[in-house]
Design a protein around this ligand. Structure first.
Ligand SMILES: Nc1nc2c(c(=O)[nH]1)N[C@H]1C(S)=C(S)[C@@H](COP(=O)(O)OP(=O)(O)OC[C@H]3O[C@@H](n4cnc5c(=O)[nH]c(N)nc54)[C@H](O)[C@@H]3O)O[C@H]1N2
Ligand SMILES: Nc1nc2c(c(=O)[nH]1)N[C@H]1C(S)=C(S)[C@@H](COP(=O)(O)OP(=O)(O)OC[C@H]3O[C@@H](n4cnc5c(=O)[nH]c(N)nc54)[C@H](O)[C@@H]3O)O[C@H]1N2
Ligand SMILES: [Mo]
Length: 697
């Protein structure tokens, strides 16, 4: 006999519910969750009907039930009962938590609403649980605005200046390319469904080239690996242009009709003979010449450009330089040619409807950059900064683990006079500093709708199971807070499902989303075959008058790292900190089966650099600079290039050695464009650890 499930009282047999993967990943997979007759989710699979997901999920999301039913889920509101950061909490009722939070926020708003700061990123990429009722709430409150720069804004700004928006090739057509440059991406780990198309191309004879300082798992599977120094991609791209010009591998007709600033770019590129770039990039000049020949003579040629190159001082310029390449060779003429960094600008999202900026006070509140939260939480009131931050409401993010220069971030969150509310699934490093932790639902338990930054389909997420314990969706929590505050605008009454419908309005067929689970946007296969770039000129802008008007270089150039190797004898090693494959930023670190695969926090170091420091494989090492120091285990490996160490991230601090992680040493300096962080522009020293190490409990 079967009993009806909790999510669906009519259900008496196992069912499959269509959903969307919420994680910060370009793939935005369509999910199928099997729910048994007791309302328990027993399995999460990829939807085989969705062409990009193709029935396959990554290792992480295959474990989604393990994460959702994790014994350490926060299932009731919790109030701090010990010192800040101690992680001591007592369960309280929703009513007590909401009433007290309301009073605290009202008291601050009475003198300085901008002293309240929301802090969120893409823990869920859902438009409803990530950027709807929360924004309405903070707009009405008059809180500070948050500049959400921690991941992608350097590249986004570069694309906007060059191509006119976050637009590019359709991911499926990589399968038809004859040459694919995978530039700054470990796609096997972070963009699996693109990688499947690249594999198809490889089987059809395409050449795959990986451009990455680290010999990543993706580099292992490509025909060629160009292991350049971190932060030197613009130099490489300019040398490629030099060779395209020198050998006349140019599409003169395309350049004449669909580009702007060719004469200026040509002059700039001619200053970059391959020898000059080889010196800067630290790669053989022959490798650059060969790459130029491959790119100049293979058709169709495609570039999967990604975030690896952006996390340095010149990250924006590097993206600008690479984004110019397909217009020089006319690669855009073919649907399997061009470049893809992000597809998210192609979606007709109705952000104004969802977020209601009209609720903001007449004087627009200040904006605080999330990437400098370490400094900003420690800043005193001043005419330039405005009021000191007195309250922070964190959701969909774990800043204590992921933001740069964590020593300062921790100091800020530890302030006794900072009122902190964290909406979470788990007691993360950030939640440990909360005054209140509010239990949030997971993707299996709430409604949402998703765009993607790696394909061009909208995906709907229906709840598969009832909320666990007393968990509420983010949107519900902000609706509840609005009610306690006495906000009466009708926008505060919209249900989560109503918000799903508002996200794209009539621009997407909602009935199709309901029946099929996803809907494909109508976009031409080769969007820029005839130009029509969404820039002011309608052309690919090699020269950006908009940048020049801001007093910046109108042309892309190579900007050396802030922390340039060889300039500080104390810190001779460049450190990059790309993600570990089985984590997603700091998400999944507490999922035992995935953590067991990663083992423990590691620093990959080249055998020569290890030997010079007397560091044996697996030894505990201290990684340090003037900002801080952290401990981890050395992996002596040729995955690291000489002079560069790879600190794989992003571990929860409390699960690392001595309660630290890689962001102890990263800096708060910002990129050339887009005000983004420079995680991979970081000099360190590494030493075998002389002392006994405190291991996590
Ligand atoms: N499994 C997994 N998937 C993820 C994530 C995750 O944490 N884990 N994170 C998600 C998020 S938030 C994002 S933003 C995307 C990121 O997705 P991608 O941008 O594809 O990033 P990664 O896979 O981290 O690959 C970055 C690669 O760039 C290399 N790199 C570092 N510095 C440089 C440089 O100066 N130049 C070049 N050319 N390469 C460099 C690194 O060694 C690394 O292999 O992935 C998403 N998907
Ligand atoms: N050193 C170094 N640091 C980095 C990076 C790097 O490469 N190197 N990468 C950077 C990048 S690309 C990014 S995008 C950032 C990412 O940083 P974050 O955006 O902070 O991402 P996560 O660490 O995954 O934390 C997301 C949190 O959101 C929570 N969450 C998920 N869904 C929900 C929900 O529905 N409701 C609520 N309330 N919470 C939810 C999860 O439990 C998780 O704790 O980190 C950056 N930090
Ligand atoms: Mo990211």
């Amino acid at each position: 006999m079967s009993t009806p499930s909790a999510a669906n009282p009519m259900q008496t047999t196992p069912i499959q519910v269509r959903g969307a993967c919420p994680h910060d990943c370009p793939d935005t997979c369509a999910l199928l969750t099997t729910v048994d007759e007791h309302g328990v989710a027993t399995r999460v699979q990829g939807n085989p009907e969705h062409r990009h997901t193709d029935g396959a999920l990554c290792a992480k999301v295959s474990k989604y039930t393990e994460r959702s039913y994790h014994p350490e889920r926060v299932l009731t509101p919790l109030k701090r009962s010990g010192p800040k950061g101690s992680g001591q909490f007592t369960p309280v009722s929703w009513d007590e938590a909401l009433s007290d939070i309301t009073q605290r926020l009202q008291a601050i708003a009475a003198h300085a609403p901008e002293a309240i700061l929301p802090y969120s990123y893409a823990g869920t990429m859902g438009m409803v649980q990530g950027e709807s009722m929360d924004r309405r709430f903070f707009h009405k409150l008059g809180a500070s605005q948050l500049d959400r720069t921690i991941c992608a804004s350097a590249g986004a700004e570069a694309l906007i200046q060059t191509l006119g928006g976050k637009v590019g090739m359709k991911v499926e057509f990589f399968a038809e390319s004859q040459l694919i440059l995978i530039w700054g991406s470990n796609s096997i780990g972070s963009n699996l469904h693109f990688w499947r198309y690249a594999q198809q191309a490889k089987r059809n004879g395409a050449k795959l080239v990986c451009i990455d300082p680290r010999k990543s798992e993706t580099a292992d599977k490509c025909h060629e690996h160009i292991a350049l120094r971190p932060g030197t991609d613009a130099a490489l791209a300019l040398a490629l242009m030099h060779e395209l010009i020198a050998h006349d591998w140019l599409d003169h007709d395309y350049i004449a009709r669909h580009t702007l600033g060719w004469a200026q770019l040509r002059e700039r590129a001619l200053q970059w003979p391959p020898e000059r770039a080889a010196e800067i990039c630290g790669v053989p000049v022959e490798q650059i010449r060969q790459l130029a020949q491959d790119y100049g003579t293979t058709k169709p040629a495609a570039i999967r450009l990604n975030y690896g190159m952006q996390r340095v001082r010149g990250g924006g310029n590097a993206v600008r330089a690479v984004a110019c390449l397909p217009a020089l060779t006319g690669a855009w003429r073919h649907r399997a040619g061009g470049v893809l960094l992000s597809s998210s600008g192609q979606f007709p999202a109705q952000r104004g409807v969802l977020q209601m900026p009209e609720l903001m006070p007449a004087k627009t509140p200040r904006t605080i950059n999330m990437s400098t939260i370490g400094d900003d939480l420690l800043r005193a009131a001043s005419p330039a900064f405005g009021p000191k931050v007195e309250a922070i409401v964190v959701y969909n993010s774990n800043p204590v683990a992921v933001a740069p220069e964590s020593g300062k971030v921790v100091q800020g969150f530890a302030r006794e006079d900072l009122f902190t509310v964290v909406l979470e699934h788990f007691r993360t490093d950030t939640a440990d500093y909360a005054d209140y932790i509010l239990p949030a639902t997971t993707q299996l338990e709430h409604w949402d709708v998703h765009l993607s930054y790696g394909h061009t389909d909208v995906v709907l997420n229906r709840p598969a199971i009832a909320p666990q314990g007393q968990a509420r969706s983010n949107a519900q929590i902000f609706r509840d807070l609005a009610a306690h505050m006495g906000f009466t605008e009708p926008g505060f009454a919209d249900s989560d499902e109503a918000l799903c419908r508002q996200a794209f309005g009539d621009a997407v067929d909602y009935a199709l989303l309901e029946t099929q689970g996803f809907a494909t946007l109508a976009i031409p296969d080769a969007p820029f075959a005839e130009g029509h770039f969404p820039t002011p000129s309608g052309k690919c802008e090699f020269y950006s008058a908009r940048l020049a008007a801001q007093g910046l270089d109108g042309l892309p150039d190579h900007l050396p790292n802030y922390e340039l190797q060889g300039t500080d004898a104390r810190y001779p090693l460049a450190m990059i900190s790309p993600p570990a494959r089985n984590f997603l930023n700091s998400t999944f670190v507490n999922v035992t089966s995935l953590r067991n695969i990663e083992g423990r926090p590691v620093l990959e170091i080249h055998p020569d650099d290890a030997e010079a420091r007397g560091i044996a494989n697996d030894a505990v090492v201290r990684v340090f600079n003037d900002r801080g120091s952290y401990l981890c285990h050395a992996t002596v490996s040729r995955r690291a290039r000489p002079g560069v160490v790879n600190g794989l991230g992003i571990w929860w601090r409390k699960m690392g050695l001595e309660g630290t992680n890689v962001n102890e040493v990263t800096s708060q300096a910002l990129t050339d464009l887009g005000r983004a962080p420079t995680f991979y522009d970081c000099l360190v020293q590494v030493e075998a650890c002389p002392t006994e190490v405190a291991l996590p409990a």
